[in-house]
Design a protein around this ligand. Structure first.
Ligand code: HEC
Ligand code: HEC
Length: 318
């Protein structure tokens, strides 16, 4: 009998030892690298594309990359990144050739934005945005803006601070978070005359679903509707002091969601943060004032068509 215990004990010891070796080697190594597919892509710039790209980048990139000292996209420490992910800094994405993206090719930029793989092959963890479902024309617009003479992207030699991802982040990047596939077919813009279709496109590509579903860990970026608790709220992004800010239920449930809201109530909340009879919305729910009323209204119309989820979320305002 004793012998059996001894053998089991040695077995367990070996397993623990192997796990320790695995952990040490993961922490000593880094975020995993992948082969970079060379993408033959050249941005087609126009004043319209730049304007559209500015609008998208202000809503999608500036919240992380805009530095309030330089007033440019020179990057900053991300105070709202969960501390267990490590110490995270967004990077300089101005046109500076040393610290910014001045010497990245258009193809390298598309590849990163679509798949999450940087030009050196390193995978960019979930704290950097990915745009797997954005229409080709909108991706073109974002890159046109990054290449434009807009003051926000003008070359600025502010050095990058490299992120210090934690062991947990490195492990998750090996087992859970994986690069997204590069789209193999063209992705068209939604039909703007169909407000439900337009609203769905915006609700997915402006990342509303990723904050407003159950949990970042169970979001499905390729098929947003398959995310757990799709738009049912209760996810836990942080504010700039690191406090949990529960997200609202945006499904059409009449008691716990926005089933009793009017289109006007929604547009006011989304564009200006104003809530009927309540305190203004706070960080990280930033006002989407760049959206037209038609676009904001389209998101409302789409949200009214999705399955209601009963989930009461109390606001966490401090
Ligand atoms: C939630 C925060 C966040 C958002 C939103 C975000 N980024 Fe980033 N970005 C980061 C972080 C953090 C890094 C560093 C990632 C790393 O080290 O792998 C980064 C890295 C990058 C890089 C690589 C730069 C380099 O020198 O390695 C580019 C290019 C970039 N982002 C562009 C964009 C664009 C364009 C958008 C908008 C469509 C955007 N990002 C939205 C946080 C963000
Ligand atoms: C970074 C995470 C994040 C993103 C992205 C985000 N939201 Fe929010 N949203 C929140 C949080 C957190 C709250 C609650 C804020 C509060 O209590 O002050 C909220 C509140 C709201 C509310 C108020 C609902 C209510 O019942 O009071 C609406 C409407 C809303 N968001 C719509 C949107 C839409 C539409 C988008 C995409 C265009 C979006 N949000 C993107 C985090 C986010």
């Amino acid at each position: 009998m004793k012998k059996v215990f001894k053998i089991v004990g040695i077995g367990l010891g070996i397993i623990v030892l192997l796990m320790a070796i695995a952990l040490i080697s993961i922490s000593a190594s880094d975020i995993p690298s992948y082969e970079v597919e060379k993408i033959d892509y050249k941005v087609t710039s126009s004043p319209e594309a730049i304007a559209r790209g500015e609008k998208l980048a202000v809503m999608l990139c500036a919240s992380c990359h805009l530095n309030h000292q330089t007033n440019k996209l020179t990057g900053q420490k991300m105070m709202d990144a969960p501390p267990e992910f490590g110490e995270i800094y967004s990077q300089n994405i101005t046109q500076d050739k040393t610290y910014g993206i001045g010497d990245w090719t258009d193809g390298e930029l598309v590849y990163l934005l679509r798949t999450g793989i940087k030009r050196d092959g390193k995978y960019s963890p979930p704290y950097m945005a990915k745009l797997p479902g954005m229409a080709d024309e909108d991706i073109n617009a974002v890159i046109s803006f990054l290449r434009s003479d807009h003051p926000m992207v003008k070359a600025d030699p502010t050095p990058d601070v490299p992120p210090k991802p934690s062991l947990l982040t490195k492990i998750l990047c090996r087992v859970a978070f994986k690069p997204l596939p590069m789209p193999t077919e063209a992705i068209p813009l939604p039909n703007a005359d169909d407000s439900v279709e337009l609203g769905k496109y915006l609700a997915h590509n402006l990342d509303c679903f990723s904050c407003h579903s159950a949990d970042f860990k169970t979001n499905d970026f390729l098929n947003p509707e398959l995310s757990e608790g799709y738009f049912g709220g209760g996810n836990k992004p942080l504010d700039l002091q690191g406090r949990v800010m529960l997200t609202s239920n945006l499904t059409p449930d009449k008691e716990t969601g926005i089933g009793n809201w009017t289109r006007e109530d929604f547009i006011k909340a989304l564009k200006y943060g104003q809530i009927k009879g309540g305190k203004a919305l706070t960080y990280p729910m930033l006002p989407y004032s760049q959206l037209t009323d038609d676009e904001a209204g389209a998101i409302f119309e789409y949200l009214q068509t999705i399955p209601p989820i009963k989930n009461k979320v109390e606001r966490s305002i401090y």
